[in-house]
Design a protein around this ligand. Sequence first.
Ligand code: GLN
Length: 456
Amino acid sequence: TQGLLARAQAHQTLGAFLHLDTDGALAAAAQADARRAAGEAAPLLGLPLAHKDIFVTTQHPTTAGSKILENYRSPFDATVVAKLNAAGTHSLGKLNCDEFAMGSSNENSAYAKAHNPWDSTRVPGGSSGGSAVAVAAGLVPAATGTDTGGSIRQPASFTGITGIKPTYGRCSRYGMIAFASSLDQAGPMARSAEDCALLLSAMSGFDERDATSLQQPPQDFHAQMLQARAGASAAKPLAGLRIGLPKEFFPAQLDADVNERVRAGLAELERLGATLVEVSLPRTELAIPVYYIIAPAEASSNLSRFDGVRYGHRCDDPKDLLDLYKRSRSEGFGPEVQRRILIGSYVLSHGYYDAYYLQAQKLRRMIADDFQQAFTQCDLIAGPVAPTVAWKLGEQGDDPVKAYLADIFTLPGSLAGLPGMSVPVGLGAHGMPVGLQLLGNYFQEGQLLHAAHALQ
Ligand code: GLN
């Protein structure tokens, strides 16, 4: 923990941490030592990590990357944080992210730019950009992230690490500051599938405080992964596994270097015994407009609680209650968050609800059905995580739609609620990492992790 803290101090310009808690981390590490000395055998006892600043924590402030929550301190821990603490981990602090997890480059953080450790002029991806930077730069061995439309998978891909977004409902959303509740899901980001399996086992499980929490017995994903490996042939550990390649995930516009690295990863999966089959997810393109209606709609509702009254930023000298709401929110929310609140309020408003929101909901169901159709022909689905490698900071200028379009390969799985991973498959253009996306059917995290582990 001391070594990591020193490293995090030395690499502050990377912008990974929003809050580095030296004293708290050292005290927690000492506590872990005491627990070990007392003979306790928690599975992750003594493991230092850090949390995306979207999880509420009693130990550190929580901002969600937003000015509206500057200096906010939660009276309780998010379930994911509490579970990881119980498993023996301790936290070095809170990690940078896009404001309320809205973004794909971490450039929407109200506090600091995060830089990709592979090339500091490039973004680390987002919204869990700080988590990706911290793991990729070796500031922590693992970090928590959240994925609403790709925010674990895409930054993992951009920084050459491994991340898994489990089946929707696997990890409790209690204490995870809500962006789009029907999509938000927590997951680990780490150096390997094996580390992800250990962390996910500790993070996940039923929680009565989250109405959409899955009523499933606790899972040991690491044991499942090892079991699958033990039962398989050493030379062909993936024999019998059918991997579907949706033709829509390999469009002509896909960057040549990304295509080449992903194809190399697929060839490796084949060498390990998997069979590749072509499948189709015909509504892939529609995932973008569908997501960018549903996610802002839910966000506009979720973010109404930040009213300057109960917590967070309050404007000076409000004239009356309405003025208090208006100015506190205008001052506290950044431009992307305001844009989404406006879009969300619009698509939910009387007269537009049927035309936009309801249509998007119907298409969401069809997108999920397309996956079920594809899974009749394969066990896992593979493709790129993103159409390009990490782009330059500032490159997208003021055009939010550019960033929205880059989410094309991660949004379908999110809308369907499926588990998905990013696994590094080498370096593409400019020496930047490329990730292979693997998607599984509901509850198939064990199978996903087994395939990713074999590939590593
Ligand atoms: N890039 C997507 C967005 O901006 C996804 C973000 C996320 O998964 N939190 O909404």
